[in-house]
Design a binder for this molecule. Structure first.
Ligand SMILES: C[S@@+](CC[C@H](N)C(=O)[O-])C[C@H]1O[C@@H](n2cnc3c(N)ncnc32)[C@H](O)[C@@H]1O
Length: 324
């Protein structure tokens, strides 16, 4: 579960989330770039606080044993375009697969790692013979960008493996390069599809069900649809419902809503209403669903009846349990 919040209530919300979803299920606080604010502070000789330029994304897992694959993102800085040579350390982590898994402590190679290491040594010998003035990075690219290399260190003769130049790195908790907001639907809190695609791809598999209980402009639904996930969106606002319906019927294939138009798939719109609302009165009791809908001038409708994707969009200030 991911909860996006800004600095105003973030700390309070974290405590509540810990209480409801359990502190041991908390995984990370991710820093997102906030909305750009005008920097007016330069006009003053004294200020009361710094400009806030970040939001928070709290991530909770279903249980302490839940695991996901590492998230690969574009490298912040391109690092060394020539790659670099590294000695085999004591820990297998952080070393190339195949070779590394078996090198560790006494720097001995065994099992399938031995075979991989021998291949990597042979690759380096071949590089020395065939390079013809090319650097190892150039040779590596020219030969398909897949081979691994082990050489003797020219300094102390110890084995070293070569780390290829990488365009990607494992994500950490600072996502400042990820755009958070967007303005394609004119819905005031619209999220950027890139942010949602990163979260959805990270935390779910194709076919999984994604729920956004405060769905707003429907970015979650739109991105889930494009990524082959099933989705449910809930919102208490009429504008949100209208915005999402229009959006889901006008999707384009790419994240960022570019590319070829997507044929709209069937989805269903349910109206649920609040059972206790000071504004509309208490709808609990003997009244049936239809009279509850009447109470809000809401219509329960089914759009293109058969299909696998469903949206439950609530105009009510309802909790998830009252909708189910
Ligand atoms: C920040 S926006 C949602 C942004 C959205 N999750 C996205 O990714 O673009 C919050 C939404 O929550 C809705 N909302 C607020 N209170 C609610 C409630 N009690 N039940 C359902 N929706 C609610 C608001 O109408 C608003 O559209």
């Amino acid at each position: 579960m991911f909860v996006h919040v800004d600095y105003r209530k973030g700390q309070y919300l974290k405590v509540l989330l810990d209480e409801v979803f359990r502190e041991h299920n908390f995984r990370n606080e991710i820093i997102l770039p906030g909305r750009a604010s005008k920097n007016l502070q330069q006009q003053f000789s004294e200020i009361t606080r710094l400009n806030v330029r970040h939001d928070n994304l709290f991530w909770y897992a279903a249980s302490p044993s839940s695991k996901v694959a590492p998230l690969w993102v574009e490298k912040h800085s391109k690092g060394n375009p020539e790659g670099h040579c590294t000695i085999f350390g004591a820990r297998p982590t952080g070393q190339p697969c195949g070779i590394a898994s078996s090198v560790p402590r006494r720097r001995k190679v065994s099992g399938c790692g031995r075979r991989a290491a021998k291949r990597a040594v042979a690759n380096h010998v071949r590089f020395l013979e065939e390079a013809g003035g090319r650097t190892l990075a150039e040779y590596w690219r020219d030969t398909g960008g897949k081979l691994e290399y082990i050489r003797r260190s020219p300094d102390d003769g110890k084995p070293q493996y070569w780390r290829a130049p990488a365009d990607e790195q494992i994500a950490d908790t600072v996502w400042t390069g990820t755009p958070v907001y967007s303005n394609s639907t004119q819905y005031p809190t619209e999220k950027n599809e890139k942010l949602l695609s990163r979260i959805i791809e990270f935390a779910t598999q194709p076919g999984d069900l994604v729920l956004d209980a405060f769905v707003g402009s429907g970015t979650t639904c739109a991105v889930a649809e494009k990524l082959g996930r099933r989705w449910i969106g809930i919102d208490c606002g009429k504008l949100a419902i209208y915005t999402i319906q229009k959006r889901m019927l006008n999707l384009r294939a790419e994240i960022g809503n570019t590319g070829k138009p997507l044929q709209p798939k069937p989805f269903t719109l349910f109206n649920a209403v609040c059972t206790i609302s000071p504004r509309y009165g208490n709808c609990r009791g003997n009244r049936g669903a239809s009279s509850r809908c009447n109470c809000f001038s809401a219509v329960t409708s089914r759009i293109k009846s058969a299909g696998s994707n469903w949206t439950v969009i609530s105009r009510a200030r309802a909790s998830w349990s009252s909708i189910t």
